[in-house]
Design a protein around this ligand. Structure first.
Ligand SMILES: Nc1ncnc2c1ncn2[C@@H]1O[C@H](COP(=O)(O)OP(=O)(O)OP(=O)(O)O)[C@@H](O)[C@H]1O
Length: 655
């Protein structure tokens, strides 16, 4: 069978030519036969003529003889001669008759064969054409291009829809909260609907007298309220306004190292070996099969679900607005969570940046969130140089429950991986004492530091992942800048919450880092050091903090096959992730005590988890049956994080 594509046309042309040739040959043969037939007819006619003639001669002779004397009977010799001639003629006629009959039949058969071949060919032609790809590579190219254009337009429209939705939500929120603040008391109704307020982290209802301007709480709105309807996924079913933790989920593709496995539940899967599928932009489905039990499908919904084919760019585009908030003075934390080998480092950093520190200046399709964010932050800063921005960066790993400074160097400028402690400032913020902070002027400088730090990060090969990170990586970018009269958010998307949603009392400004100091080490006190994270610097300066976190992966020891010191690492990783889940669980339940101090990781990230930072969690999952238990655990974690209700994020107020 010829291959699909243009070769089909050649095949059928050739076949038609062949049939034409056969038909022509048969027609020629027919003409020949007809000619032979005509010759034989001629001969027959000649014989008939001869017989007639000889019959006439006989009669003539007979007549002549009859005139003279009674007709003499022909002599025995003549009679036998005539009989022989007649017999010969008869035989000739019979032979001729049967020959022309055979010839006619053969002609009929040939014609029938020919016709049936032509009919079959004509009937098969449309079927084959249906199986063909859209005619010709040119047409296929055109169709592909228009499909691509349509897809791009669809994506653009979708992004625009989301942006408009967010803007609408923010505007609705502003109206609600400004209404609160104007009345300085609990309003009886909003848009004609009743509304109640309860204290943050407590189910207790507040009375009108307890309500004060700027007090943070959770507003319960009736489900039919326009605010509820506009707010969509950020509101609970009971209409409560949630704190700003966004949870996205990324499903990585099946990769060559997953090949060895093909589980029972995967047999009907569209992707070989995959049991987790992105159903749409917001839903992920996991096929759970257990021996002897029917297959159960579990679905989870997140603000965004990325399928295996979604690009690094698509993931970054959704977190990019947070960088605008960072420049506007909000603390922001972007964190990747998931089991080992599920794609956290790929999502945050891209493929192996410590070996090839891909910088955001080039056309690198696989760059992760961190290098892209570095590029975006400096691009946004360059748009408003009058703010005299200063950016510094610190990189730490939380390894075996210790914080190691990956930028620290000893007095001889040799990398020292100094251990640090988390301390609480007098303002109640968390700070790491003695942490090295390098001043950076560009994204390239920032990423060069990150790449150097990544070379020091603890890694280990396991049965699940050949390049498994054994520590939680936290990159902190701190921005000190003059307050902008018009925030970037206002200029770009008008998504900044109103002043009424900000923290109760503006934090006291802490002195900023000495301008021009290329490398600084923070001391304990924020009063003297000025890393009053998210506080304002002198002269109306805004300090804000961007934390980029690549967590170590949870793992099942039985599957990863680790032993010895790696086993201890695994156990500490799992414990710290369990502590993280406990903290978020306590926050989601609104418990009075949040166990931040149960682990160095949660203590260190306390401001991002329970404070007023904007927190984005990206849950990374593997699609394979082998990892289904860890996948369900990670998705359950993501679902719990979505339940957390915190105060609205608070930007730092310039003084
Ligand atoms: N979306 C993706 N597309 C292509 N390859 C991916 C994707 N996600 C992950 N990978 C690849 O899968 C492998 C494991 O990913 P990665 O190192 O990011 O896992 P991890 O979750 O950080 O694991 P660990 O916690 O053990 O460090 C890498 O080789 C990475 O390049």
């Amino acid at each position: 069978m010829p291959a699909r594509g243009g070769r089909w046309d050649g095949f059928w042309e050739q076949r038609a030519r062949q049939l034409q040739r056969q038909l022509q040959a048969k027609e020629e043969r027919l003409v020949e036969a007809e000619t032979e037939n005509a010759v034989l007819h001629l001969r027959l006619a000649q014989y008939r003529e001869m017989i007639k003639k000889s019959g006439g001669e006989t009669t003539q002779v007979h007549v002549q003889c009859g005139d003279q004397k009674p007709l003499q009977r022909p002599g025995p010799l003549a009679a036998s001669r005539l009989r022989l001639v007649a017999q010969r003629l008869k035989r000739d006629v019979e032979v001729l008759h049967s020959w022309s009959l055979g010839l006619f039949r053969r002609y009929q058969d040939a014609q029938r064969d020919c016709l049936s071949e032509i009919v079959t060919a004509v009937q098969r032609a449309p079927l084959c054409h249906e199986a063909l790809p859209p005619a010709g590579p040119l047409e296929a190219g055109c169709l592909e291009r228009s499909l691509q254009e349509m897809t791009e337009r669809y994506q653009q429209e979708r992004r625009e829809r989301r942006r408009l939705h967010n803007t609408l939500v923010t505007l609705e929120m502003r109206r609600v909260w400004s209404s609160f603040s104007l009345r300085k008391s609990l309003p009886g109704d909003i848009y004609g609907q009743s509304i109640s307020i309860r204290a943050e982290g407590s189910p207790q209802q507040w009375s009108t007298r307890q309500w004060r301007r700027g007090t943070r709480g959770v507003a319960s709105l009736p489900a039919r309220s326009p605010v509820h309807q506009a707010h969509g996924p950020c509101m609970g079913d009971n209409g409560e306004l949630r704190g700003s933790i966004r949870v996205h989920c990324r499903l990585r593709p099946v990769l060559p190292f997953d090949d060895e496995f093909r589980g029972p539940g995967s047999q009907n899967s569209p992707v070989s070996g995959a049991v987790a599928h992105a159903l749409d932009d917001e839903t992920i489905l996991v096929e759970c099969s257990r021996p002897g039990r029917p297959l159960i499908n579990k679905t989870y919904t997140f603000e965004r679900v990325y399928g295996p084919a979604e690009s690094q760019r698509a993931v970054f585009e959704d977190v990019c607005p947070l960088l605008t908030s960072f420049l506007d003075g909000y603390d922001v934390c972007i964190m990747a969570y998931g089991q080992t080998g599920s794609g956290k480092s790929f999502t945050m950093l891209g493929p192996r940046p410590e070996q090839d520190p891909a910088l955001p200046s080039g056309p690198h399709g696989h760059l992760g969130i961190i290098p892209r964010a570095a590029g975006e932050v400096f691009r946004l800063l360059a748009e408003n140089p009058s703010r005299r921005p200063e950016v510094d960066v610190s990189v730490v790993e939380v390894y075996n429950n210790d914080i190691c400074d990956l930028l620290a160097k000893d007095s001889c400028a040799v990398v020292s991986r100094a251990k640090c402690q988390v301390l609480t400032t007098t303002e109640g913020r968390k700070e790491v004492s003695g942490l090295t902070r390098e001043s950076v002027q560009s994204a390239v400088e920032l990423m060069t530091l990150v790449a150097a730090a990544l070379r020091l990060r603890t890694k280990q090969a396991t049965a699940v992942h050949a390049d498994s990170s054994r520590s939680h990586l936290v990159i902190t970018v701190t921005l000190t800048a003059a307050a902008s009269s018009c925030s970037t958010a206002d200029r770009q998307s008008d998504q900044s919450p109103p002043a009424e949603l900000r923290g109760p009392t503006p934090r006291r400004p802490a002195p900023g880092r000495r301008p021009g100091a290329a490398r600084t080490v923070s001391s304990v006190s924020p009063r003297t050091r000025g890393l009053g994270q998210g506080s304002q610097g002198p002269g109306g300066q805004v300090l804000s903090k961007l934390q980029l976190v690549d967590l170590a992966g949870s793992e099942c020891v039985g599957v990863s096959g680790v032993t010895g010191s790696a086993l201890r690492e695994t156990s500490l990783i799992n414990r710290s992730l369990a502590a993280l889940a406990d903290v978020l669980g306590a926050l989601s339940e609104g418990r009075g005590h949040i166990p931040y101090r149960n682990s160095t990781l949660t203590h260190f990230l306390q401001d991002a988890l329970g404070g007023d930072a904007k927190l984005q969690v990206i849950v990374c999952v593997s699609p394979c049956q082998k990892h289904v238990a860890e996948t369900l655990q990670s998705l359950g974690f993501g679902a719990r994080v979505r339940q957390v209700e915190r105060g609205r994020p608070a930007p730092r107020k310039p003084r």
